[in-house]
Design a protein around this ligand. Sequence first.
Ligand SMILES: Nc1ncnc2c1ncn2[C@@H]1O[C@H](COP(=O)(O)OP(=O)(O)OP(=O)(O)O)[C@@H](O)[C@H]1O
Ligand SMILES: [Mg+2]
Length: 428
Amino acid sequence: MEFFYGFDLGDAESAVSKLDKKEQAVPDIVPVQHAKSFITACAVTPDGRLLIGENACYAADAVRRSLRFKSRFLEESESIDELRSFASGVLQELYASGDLVRGEDVCFYVGCPAGWNRNDRELYRSLFERAGYPPVRIISESRAALVSACQSRHLQVGYDILSKPVLVVDIGSSTTDFAYIMGGREVEMQTAGEVKLGGGIMDELLLEEALVNSEKEEELRRVFRESEVWRTYCEFAARRLKEKYYSDIAYWKDHPCAESVLVRYDRPLHLRLRMDAETADHLVNKGAERLGGKSFKEVFMAALRDVRDHISGEQPELLFLTGGVSKLPWIREWCMDVFAESVVICGSEPEFSVARGACVERTDRRGAAGVPGGPGAAESVADDRADRGEAYRQPVPQRGGGTRPASARTGGHACFPEMALRGNQPPD
Ligand SMILES: Nc1ncnc2c1ncn2[C@@H]1O[C@H](COP(=O)(O)OP(=O)(O)OP(=O)(O)O)[C@@H](O)[C@H]1O
Ligand SMILES: [Mg+2]
């Protein structure tokens, strides 16, 4: 194997890293469409072209647009087509830019939430295979993020931490993943491994607030009911505005932070999105119907307490926070409240930590990136076989877990047809 690629296909953002095994100890992030972190989105244009990333979000004439499909992977078969289309689009981009060369001896390490079982992982792996990828292994996102923290010079964590109990809290777009890592290995938690809570809920709340404040509320609601393309377009605009505000809260306290979106469905409608201190407070502290009347903070705090109560071994010495939402300043404080005896740190570039960690995770079976005792060393033979799909290679993988209907695997229509895949060209 000459090159290793780490692929963090997130529900909201994705990133790809590359490691030249002979030359590098730390991987580089490979830009896709000139963006180191790119939007997980795909769209089909009227002439059948497949677009991915930001191009897909802003294509106003798209006949289909899909965002946040990874979070639906366990529930909706349609999401498999969306994921495969997106994965295929990324692969084409990597070939087109020359960052990936056909015929080279490479392996892709793709992250998945810690809570996915073996069948889920195999189904996920096969999706990349069908998209035309070189060999793919599926690995845990949380552990990858921790491995990347070990490599970071800024955090000064060091590989020693892998011999101690660590709780990785990955707060993404749709889910918050909790992974308890002991001795470099994930220990299965009885419950609370994954909570349906992420930054996407804030986007929905922001959009809802804009609708309530709009004079054209009823008309806009009808457009969103009828057109998924326009609903996702506006939700994406809400997300970008939210990120802009939270990235510099002090500045926006005294400056207007707003965006006007022109919705051109049957007739032009303006939607005014606005972030200010009050709205920002609502997004985390106000009860929401989607959260059973609870606020983001309440659900997050309850999940933290639940996790703490279900750790049967030692309480974690370190809480490592990652995922885009971990940039919110309050998250660390909330974690410190519940895990008062633990050291709580945030990754410096959470958008790249999974991709970077995934890439170095298995470069050397004796230890990550040749580091003796590194995370690779902690892997069991069973995990190794599982990675290769040997332990559970089945003709038709079924999903585990009583609440996940196996029937959801079949019968879904292809949202992004093969025709669009074949017709893929670099976006304008
Ligand atoms: N500065 C910020 N403040 C608050 N939220 C942010 C900030 N930057 C990004 N986010 C949010 O973080 C989320 C994306 O995080 P991340 O990239 O970790 O998620 P993901 O990996 O795509 O999703 P998931 O882990 O659920 O699959 C989005 O909801 C995004 O709006
Ligand atoms: Mg993620």
